[in-house]
Design a protein around this ligand. Structure first.
Ligand SMILES: [Zn+2]
Length: 79
């Protein structure tokens, strides 16, 4: 498999966290996807895309299955 962006061949399956925003909250969805080590391009296959769509569909209806692991903080410049 070659990267379509940089044509690099160093592509590894990595554990990443897909981030999904609900209002001011961010939900991290852990997935395994091949990632180009050279440019960082992620290659989602059909199954992963379907999985993410499924999870996002569930998240829109209910917040079951979520645990708080940290806070999302916004940097503000102080005058
Ligand atoms: Zn690449």
């Amino acid at each position: 498999m070659k990267c379509v962006i940089c044509h690099g061949e160093d592509i590894k399956v990595m554990d990443i966290k897909e981030e999904y925003a609900i209002g001011n909250d961010i939900v991290c969805i852990p997935v395994k996807v091949p990632v180009c080590m050279t440019c960082g391009e992620r290659y989602y296959d059909r199954r992963t895309m379907q999985f993410l769509e499924e999870v996002e569909g569930k998240l829109n209806k209910t917040q079951v299955g979520l645990k708080e692991v940290g806070k999302v903080l916004m940097y503000e410049e102080k005058g």
